[in-house]
Design a protein around this ligand. Structure first.
Ligand SMILES: *Cc1c(COP(=O)(O)O)cnc(C)c1O
Length: 424
C-alpha cells in the first residue's frame, strides 16, 4: 500500500468513525506554532475533557455561596458525592455498583486491599507478582510482607517471561500458581502490563488462583478505560486502578477499587477502618463501634475530596456516552493498522514488544528502537508527537480512541520514519 493509499484509507475511517466527535470534547496540546500535537500518551496521562472546568467552577461557586451547607444543598451535595461516580465506574470495569468505590489513589487502595486479602500464615505466606512489575506495586507488596514479619527473599515470588521472550504466557502463570499454590497467600498481577502493553487473561488466571486456594487481586492501572473488563464475572477478590491514564480524570486523579460481592458485604473481613466506611445511618451519631457499610464503600476512610472527584465525574459521562465496546473496537482497528505498517516499513529499525493478537493487547504498543535511544523520543516531541520513553530502549505509544484520529497514525509514521533515517 502506498502512502497516498494509506492516507485515503485512514481519512475514510475517520469519516465513518462513530467516535469521531468525541475529540471535540477534549483539549489537545498545541505546539509552538499553535498546531495540535499528536498525543500518544493517554496511557500515562489522559487529556482534559472540556467539561471539567465548568463542573469544577460549579463546586467552587457552591462552596463560595453555601459554605458548610454545601454538604447537603450544593447542586451535587458533597456528603454523598462519591456515590455519583459509582454506577458509571462499575460499568467501565464490569462490576456491580456495590463492588466499586472511587477513593484515594491506586497504591493506597492496593495497601488497603492487601490489609484485607493478604492474610499470611506459616503455611501460606507468599505473594506472586511478575518480575517486571511497576515499582510502586513491588514496593507495596514487599512492605506488606515485611509488615507481617516475613522475608521478601522467601515470600516474594516473581514470575518472568521465558528467556528470549518479552511477555508472560498464561499457561506458565497457571503452572507457577499450581506448583506453589499451597504456599501462596496472594496473586497480584496487572490487567495490562505497563511496559509491554500485554493484556492478561484475568478470568483464566483468576480461576487458577482460586483453584489453588489463594486470594487474587488485579492492578488495572493500564486496563481501565482501555480494554473491556468483567470484574464481577471474573470472581477476582479485589482490583485497584488509577483514573488519570485512559480515564482522563486528571493528574493524580482519585483512584478506584473493586471488592467482589462475596466479600464486599461481609463485615467480618478485617480492614483498616475510617468513619466514611461506617454505616451511613449511624455515622453522624458518632458511635464507638465500627459497623462497615455492606459494600465496597465499607473500605472508605475519609469524606470524599469533592474537587478531586469532579474531573472523574466529567470523564465518566464521556465513557458512558462512548461505550467501552466502541472504544475497544476502534482501539483494535488502530492497533492492527499500526502493526501492519510497522511490519511492512520499519523492519530492522523498530521491533514491536507488545503481543500482536487482538486479545493480548490494548491501545498501547511498546516499540523497541534498535538505534538512537532516548534521542528518538526527544526528536518525536520536537516534531509534534508526544509519547514516552522507558529504559532501556522502549517507546510506548498509545492511540486513545476517544481523541486520536486514524489519520494521526500516518502523521506519526511519517515523523518516525524521518527521525529514524536521521538518527538510525
Ligand atoms: C500508573 C501505575 C501506578 C501508579 O500508582 P499511583 O498510586 O497512582 O501513583 C501503579 N501501578 C501501576 C501498574 C501503574 O501503571
Amino acid at each position: 500500500m502506498t502512502t497516498s493509499e494509506l492516507a485515503t484509507r485512514l481519512e475514510k475511517l475517520d469519516r465513518k468513525d462513530p467516535l469521531r466527535d468525541f475529540r471535540e470534547q477534549f483539549f489537545l496540546p498545541m505546539d509552538a506554532n499553535g498546531q495540535e500535537m499528536v498525543y500518544l500518551c493517554g496511557n500515562s496521562l489522559g487529556l482534559q475533557p472540556r467539561t471539567v472546568a465548568p463542573l469544577l467552577n460549579q463546586e467552587l461557586d457552591d462552596w463560595k455561596s453555601l459554605g458548610v451547607e454545601g454538604h447537603f444543598h450544593a447542586r451535587r451535595p458533597w456528603m454523598p458525592y462519591h456515590e455519583l461516580l459509582t454506577a458509571q465506574m462499575a460499568d467501565v470495569v464490569g462490576a456491580l455498583p456495590m463492588e466499586v468505590v472511587c477513593m484515594n489513589s491506586l497504591t493506597v487502595n492496593l495497601h488497603l486491599m492487601m490489609v484485607s486479602f493478604y492474610r499470611p500464615t506459616h503455611q501460606r505466606n507468599k505473594i506472586l507478582i511478575e518480575r517486571g512489575a511497576f515499582p510502586s506495586d513491588r514496593y507495596a507488596v514487599e512492605s506488606q510482607i515485611l509488615h507481617h514479619g516475613y522475608d521478601p527473599a522467601n515470600a516474594l515470588l516473581e514470575i518472568e517471561p521465558r528467556s528470549g521472550e518479552d511477555y508472560l504466557r498464561a499457561a506458565d502463570i497457571e503452572i507457577t500458581i499450581k506448583d506453589f499454590g499451597h504456599e501462596l497467600a496472594l496473586v497480584m498481577l496487572p490487567g495490562v502490563q505497563y511496559y509491554t502493553g500485554q493484556v492478561f487473561d484475568i478470568e483464566r488466571i483468576t480461576r487458577a488462583a482460586r483453584a489453588a486456594g489463594c486470594a487474587i487481586g488485579w492492578d488495572l492501572a493500564h486496563a481501565v478505560g482501555n480494554v473491556p473488563l468483567k470484574l464481577h464475572q471474573s470472581q477476582a477478590d479485589f482490583a485497584v486502578w488509577c483514573n488519570y491514564k485512559y480515564m482522563n480524570a486528571g493528574p493524580g486523579a482519585i483512584g478506584g477499587c473493586f471488592v467482589h460481592e462475596r466479600h464486599a458485604g461481609n463485615p467480618e473481613i478485617p480492614r483498616f477502618a475510617g468513619w466514611w466506611g461506617h454505616d451511613k445511618a449511624s455515622r453522624f451519631s458518632m458511635p464507638a463501634n465500627f459497623v462497615p457499610i455492606a459494600s465496597a464503600e465499607g473500605w472508605q476512610l475519609s469524606n470524599p475530596p469533592v474537587l478531586a472527584m469532579t474531573p472523574l465525574l466529567a470523564s465518566l459521562d464521556i465513557f458512558a456516552a462512548a461505550g467501552m465496546d466502541r472504544i475497544r473496537e476502534k482501539s483494535l482497528r488502530m492497533g492492527r493498522i499500526l502493526i501492519e505498517q510497522l511490519q511492512q516499513n520499519f523492519a530492522g529499525k523498530v521491533q514491536i514488544m507488545t503481543p500482536q493478537g487482538d486479545t493480548q493487547r490494548g491501545a498501547q504498543l511498546s516499540l523497541r528502537i534498535t538505534h538512537g535511544g532516548p534521542h528518538i523520543q526527544q526528536a518525536l516531541i520536537d516534531a509534534g508527537v508526544i509519547c514516552d520513553w522507558r529504559e532501556p530502549d522502549g517507546i510506548r505509544i498509545a492511540f486513545a480512541p476517544l481523541y486520536n484520529r486514524y489519520t494521526e497514525i500516518l502523521r506519526f509514521l511519517n515523523i518516525l520514519e524521518r527521525i529514524l533515517d536521521h538518527h538510525g
